[in-house]
Write a protein that binds this ligand. Structure first.
Ligand code: NAG
Length: 277
């Protein structure tokens, strides 16, 4: 577990609380970088018959939503704010065959847990363990102050469920909700990104220009993450295709993020069939 939870974006970890309003635009999500074991899973997956997965009907995923707050009530999301965020997620996944329904919400007031110091600290591992409900089909979401850990969000990959079922799910900074104070991420799209990891997608900027990157054929090789909405960005000029700045699995501003590719949709279905069905 220690190896798996080494972070791809650890260089970005120093967060000053006073910059909280804008840090969402500078930090990354804490999706773990891939271990050799993860690569083996990805390779094994290419042996699954995609024709079978293509026939899979729509999948409705039950969501258990945990809202952490500090003792002053910071982080408190109203029921309608949670519903609004869920509907943003459903819009993002509208053409994928996946939909998400709120199966339960819970509130937990605990300043220390709210201001998490990392996603793999002993305290947070215990927290995730204690909150987890359901099985491999169930999406567990925890909203909290991720900026104190230096991230905007975090998700576990589907193949990790087998060995660490109670760590499965998504952590996300509470103030990246639709209408939040974050100037770059105020449409709720970071949650769409994190759920993409939970369904098995990698960042579109995974790997180098030469490798197979995120392992999805129709996302062009991309060397660097994107910020803002850099039209025309091409971090692998010697390879075909521009960077996927509008893809939910990049880091562009919310307003810029609007799509999954057909290859990513196929990949999510494949992963769901392999690990979550
Ligand atoms: C969160 O808000 C609700 C009202 O929406 C209130 O009843 C509750 O006490 C608040 N929780 C905290 C920790 O402030």
């Amino acid at each position: 577990m220690q190896v798996r939870l080494a972070f791809a974006v650890s260089a970005l970890v120093a967060a000053a609380p006073t910059l909280a309003a804008t840090l969402g635009g500078n930090l990354g999500c804490g999706a773990p970088s891939l271990t050799s074991e993860d690569h083996a899973e990805l390779q094994a997956l290419s042996m699954f018959p995609s024709a079978v997965e293509a026939e899979r009907g729509p999948v409705s995923i039950p969501v258990y939503w945990n809202t952490l707050t500090d003792n002053s009530g910071q982080g408190n999301l109203t029921a309608s704010q949670i519903q609004e965020w869920m509907s943003v997620v459903n819009k993002g996944y509208a053409k994928t065959g996946f939909s998400f329904r709120l199966a339960g919400t819970r509130y937990l007031q605990d300043s220390a847990q709210f201001n998490t110091k990392g996603v793999d600290t002993a305290a947070t591992v215990r927290l995730r363990d204690s909150l987890h409900v359901g099985n491999q089909r169930t999406l567990n979401i925890v909203t909290l102050n991720m900026l104190s850990a230096g991230y905007v969000g975090y998700a576990t990959y589907p193949w990790v469920y087998r060995s660490e079922p109670r760590q499965d799910g998504v952590l996300i900074h509470y103030d990246l909700r639709p209408g939040s104070t974050d100037p770059n991420n105020n449409l709720g799209h970071v949650l769409i990104h994190e759920i993409g990891h939970w369904l098995g997608l990698l960042h579109v900027f995974s790997g180098s220009c030469d490798g197979d990157g995120d392992g999805v054929a129709d996302t062009p090789p991309q060397k660097t993450l994107s910020r803002g909405c850099p039209t025309g960005k091409d971090s692998c000029p010697n390879r075909p295709g521009l960077d996927s700045i509008h893809n939910y699995l990049d880091y562009s501003d919310d307003v810029c993020l609007r799509e999954f590719t057909p290859g990513q949709v196929a990949r999510m279905k494949q992963f769901y069939g392999a690990y979550r069905a």
